[in-house]
Design a protein around this ligand. Structure first.
Ligand code: ADP
Ligand code: MG
Length: 316
C-alpha cells in the first residue's frame, strides 16, 4: 500500500455535509460558511512519548486526537463541523489503519464532523487535527469574558487522568477497578460539545481543562482581568482518589481531563443547571469570580499552596 491507496481506500469514504463544496482529493477542501455564523478554528497535536505512550492502541489514538480538538470547540461553545488530519506514520500497517480509521470515522460521525483533508507523511507517529466549527456571529465563550460576581462551574470529574498517568509512572498503585476507570478517562475523554452549545447564550467565559484545573482557571481570570475563589471540597472527583496523598495535585494541577470550566452570572444558575440536564452532562459550581487578581483555592477556609499549578511543555 502506498500513500495514495491509504488516502483513497481509508480516508475518502465518508459522507459530507451541505456546506462542504469539495472534500478530500484536491489540493484544498472548500467549505461554504453559513450567513450569520462565525467560523472557529483550532489545532491540537499529539506526539508519541510526549502525549501518549508508544504502545497506545490505534483506536485510542484516533479517539484522543479527535476528542482533544472537539473539546476546543466545546470550550468556545461552537458546533464542530470539519476536520483536517495530518499524520506521520512509521509504516502503512493495514490492521493498524483499519482500527484507527474505523474509530476515527465513528467519533466523527457521533459528533457530526466531516474529515475534509489533511496530510500524510512517513515519520515518528505524530497526529495533528485542525478542527473548524461554527457558532452564531459574535457569540462565543471567550476566555476574556468572565465578570465580577460570576459563578465558576466545572463539568464531569477532575483528576482522574492524572491519577492514571501517575499509576503508569509507578508513582502510585491504584486498585485495579479505580485504575481502569481513570485510564478510560485518560484515553477516551468525552468532549463536552453538547454542554458548550447549551451554555453558549448563558455563560460568559469558558475553556477546557487540558493542562491542570488551577492553571486553566488562571487563564480565564487573567484574560478577564479578574480573580477567582474556589472551594476545593466542591471540586468533583472520584471519591476513591481522596485517600491518596497526591490527590490534591491530581485535581488541581493534573491535566488531560478535557472537562469544561466556565463562568456564568448568578442569575443564570437555574438555566445553567437545566443546560447540564439537557446536555446530559454533570456540572458543579465550585467558586466565584472576584476582584482580587489570581486564583485562590480554599480548603476549610485556608488557602492551599501548590508549587506546580499545571502543565507546561517548556517548564524547567
Ligand atoms: P498535496 O500533494 O497537495 O499535499 P496530498 O497528495 O497530500 O496532496 O493529498 C491528497 C488529498 O488527500 C488532499 O485532499 C488531502 O487533503 C487529502 N489527505 C491527505 N492525507 C490526509 C489525511 N491524513 N487525512 C485526510 N485527508 C488527507
Ligand atoms: Mg500532502
Amino acid at each position: 500500500m502506498n500513500e495514495f491507496d491509504f488516502i483513497n481506500r481509508y480516508l475518502k469514504q465518508q459522507t459530507q455535509d451541505a456546506q462542504v463544496v469539495l472534500g478530500i482529493g484536491d489540493d484544498a477542501a472548500i467549505v461554504r460558511p453559513q450567513a450569520g455564523m462565525d467560523l472557529h478554528l483550532s489545532s491540537d497535536m499529539l506526539l508519541e512519548n510526549r502525549h501518549f505512550f508508544a504502545n497506545t492502541a490505534a483506536a485510542d489514538l484516533a479517539h484522543k486526537v479527535m476528542a482533544v480538538n472537539l473539546s476546543d470547540m466545546a470550550a468556545m461553545g461552537a458546533t464542530p463541523k470539519w476536520a483536517l488530519l495530518s499524520v506521520a506514520l512509521p509504516k502503512l500497517d493495514e490492521a493498524w489503519l483499519n482500527d484507527f480509521c474505523e474509530h476515527l470515522f465513528a467519533i466523527a460521525k457521533e459528533y457530526r464532523v466531516c474529515l475534509i483533508g489533511g496530510d500524510t507523511t512517513k515519520g515518528n507517529l505524530t497526529f495533528n487535527v485542525t478542527i473548524i466549527g461554527q457558532a452564531p456571529s459574535g457569540q462565543a465563550l471567550r476566555r476574556d469574558a468572565a465578570q465580577l460576581g460570576d459563578d465558576v462551574w466545572v463539568s464531569g470529574q477532575i483528576g482522574l487522568a492524572a491519577a492514571a498517568l501517575n499509576h503508569h509512572w509507578n508513582h502510585v498503585r491504584l486498585p485495579e477497578a479505580v485504575f481502569l476507570q481513570c485510564e478510560q478517562k485518560r484515553l477516551r475523554p468525552t468532549p463536552r460539545v453538547a454542554l458548550g452549545e447549551a451554555i453558549l447564550s448563558l455563560a460568559h467565559a469558558a475553556q477546557d481543562v487540558s493542562d491542570g484545573l488551577w492553571q486553566d482557571l488562571a487563564h480565564i481570570a487573567k484574560a478577564s482581568d479578574v480573580g477567582m475563589n474556589v472551594d476545593f471540597a466542591l471540586i468533583p472527583t472520584l471519591s476513591e482518589l481522596k485517600a491518596h496523598s497526591e490527590h490534591r495535585e491530581w485535581v488541581l494541577s493534573g491535566g488531560d481531563d478535557y472537562e469544561l470550566i466556565f463562568t456564568a452570572p448568578k442569575s443564570a444558575r437555574e438555566a445553567i443547571i437545566k443546560a447540564g440536564l439537557t446536555s446530559k452532562t454533570s456540572i458543579t459550581r465550585i467558586g466565584e469570580v472576584v476582584k482580587e487578581a489570581g486564583v485562590r483555592v480554599f480548603e476549610n477556609q485556608v488557602a492551599i499552596e501548590l508549587e506546580q499549578k499545571g502543565f507546561d511543555h517548556f517548564h524547567e
